[in-house]
Structures are given as C-alpha cells and as structure tokens.
Design a protein around this ligand. Structure first.
Ligand code: SF4
Length: 296
C-alpha cells in the first residue's frame, strides 16, 4: 500500500495561535473559553486536562478571564461578556476579522448582506448577531427563497469551498438580473490550499482518509470535495476509526485533514496505516510473481 499526504493539510495558523494563547494564559490564571475553541474532541480533551474550562454563554463563566475563539464573536457577545464583569481575551483569527470587516463594508455601502455558510455555525453567528437584516444561504433552494433587493452584498464563511461560493453567487446573479450583486471573497487561504490539495490527492488515490472532528465544517467540506474525485473516501476522527477492510495491498491511500486536526492525530493514523499495510494479504499477481522468480 502506498500512503501519501496532501500537500496542505491539518491545523491552520489561526487555530494553532488560539490554542497557544489559551495554554499560555491558563498557566498563569484560570481561563474559560467561550464556545468550542476548535471542532476537534482530541484537542478539547487535551485543553481540559490543562484546567481550561468551556462555556457556551457568558452567564455560565466562573473565571475572571474569558477567551473568544478563533471563529470570532459579535460585538453583542463581547459586550455581554464585559457586562458580566469578565476580562475578554480575543483569539479571533485575523482572517475572520477580515471577513467581519468585509461584511461591515457591504452593510455600510447599502448592500443587503448574504453570507454563504452554515446558519448555526459559530463563525456565522459571530458575523450576523449584530445585524438586523441578513440572509444565510448554502443551497440553490435557499437562493430561490430570497427576496429581491436592489443591492446584494455577498461574502462567505471562511471555511466554505471557494468554487461552491462562486457557484452560489452566480445563482444569485441569475435569479436577480436587475439587482447589483457584489461578492467579496472571504474564504481564507488555508481553506483554499487544503481544498485544492485535497482535489489533487483524491485524483490520484484509490482511498482517501479525511481526518477531522465530527462537527468540523471544513472537514465535512473536504469529504464532499474528495468524494467527487474518489469513490472510497472515509471520514475518521481518531486512529480507532480505521478499519482494515477499507484497504487492499495494491491501494494508493491519500491522507488529508481539516484545519482543526492536530499533527499528533495525523501522525498516529499514518503509523496505524503502516501496521494495517503489513497485515493485508499479498495481491494474487504479486504472489504469482514471487513464484515465477523463486522468491518463496
Ligand atoms: S480556518 Fe482560516 S479563518 Fe478559520 S482559523 Fe483557520 S486560518 Fe483562520
């Protein structure tokens, strides 16, 4: 079995920086993180062992300092935390700040905001909680339900595939030919790199493993993307999810991972693949070749 990694995979700088900040602060004072720092259970479990707590709402925070995650938060949430007397530490990724600024620019420019993303995702909530009027779309059906406006300002959740975002923008333009539709590309560079590297990988592999948390949006998007180019794609969270029956000795196996997947999990899965490789029956053609050349 040949095992290859995607050229770009795994944890992005935004998540790494947020984790480093949380660990650093937690060494000096008790810390609560508002929401899930990353959508990866392995990482969260590790942070809990360091004494870091997690709460979904400012009201439940029992420490003096609270940290906002890389996904960012709305002004409304930040103010609510301050009103509870909390000291707020922002670990918002700079590329999420870019998306917030793009949205503000569109709104101030008089465009009706449309966010391409998941309505309940923490990053999208962080963008929309301060708005009175907006739409969140993720499908042609969502676009069919939009009301006509003279000007639409469209942007995307940072972890949406850029091709999908462009396709939905095109659908908005087709549905409202008399409206002005302005699109600001806010999909982050690490997401774009992981998506294009996943396509390259899936094109040349018999099997692709996508490693990432069950609730990680960009991991799910990688699974969908790889499935367009490879018929045997498996989403795994940890080494325990691997199944020997997924593989044959002659397979080329590709490995990719979402932006919240730590290197330790990727390494452990690659090591286990090596073990599985040794346990697989030798393909018949190789066995016959061994007999012909007297290698038995
Ligand atoms: S996925 Fe992109 S926007 Fe989100 S934390 Fe990572 S680099 Fe930042």
């Amino acid at each position: 079995m040949k095992i290859i990694r995607a050229e770009h995979l795994g944890m992005c700088f935004g998540v790494k920086d947020a984790i480093a900040l949380a660990v650093d602060v937690a060494e000096r004072e008790p810390l609560t993180i508002l929401g899930d720092l990353v959508h990866n259970e392995t990482v969260l479990a590790d942070l809990r062992t360091k004494g870091i707590r997690f709460e979904q709402q400012p009201a439940g925070v029992g420490t003096r300092t609270v940290m906002v995650t890389a996904h960012g938060a709305s002004e409304r949430t930040l103010n609510a935390a301050r009103q509870h007397g909390l000291s707020v530490l922002e670990a918002t990724c700079p590329l999420v700040h870019v998306a917030h600024r793009a949205l503000a620019k569109l709104v101030h420019g008089g465009f009706h905001p449309i966010i391409i993303g998941k309505r309940d995702h923490v990053e999208v909530r962080g963008m929309t909680d301060d708005l009175t009027e907006f739409d969140v779309v993720l499908s042609a059906e969502d676009i069919a339900n939009l009301r006509e406006r003279p000007r639409f300002g469209v942007m995307a959740q940072t972890t949406q595939p850029i091709e999908k975002a462009r396709h939905l923008v095109q659908l908005i333009r087709e549905r409202f030919p008399h409206s002005e539709v302005r699109f600001i590309d806010t999909v982050c560079q690490p997401t774009k790199q992981r998506q294009s590297a996943a396509i390259e990988l899936a094109r040349k592999c018999d099997v692709v493993l996508v490693i990432g948390g069950a609730h990680s949006n960009n991991t799910h998007e990688l699974v969908k993307t790889c499935s367009h180019f490879c018929g045997r794609v498996h989403h795994v969270q940890t080494v325990d999810d691997l199944r020997t029956e997924w593989f044959h000795a002659e397979d080329t196996v590709g490995v990719t991972a979402g932006t919240s997947t730590p290197d330790t999990v990727i390494d452990a899965i690659e090591q286990k693949l090596g073990v599985i490789n040794f346990s697989l029956p030798v393909p018949e053609t190789s066995a016959m070749y061994s007999k012909v050349v007297g290698m038995e």
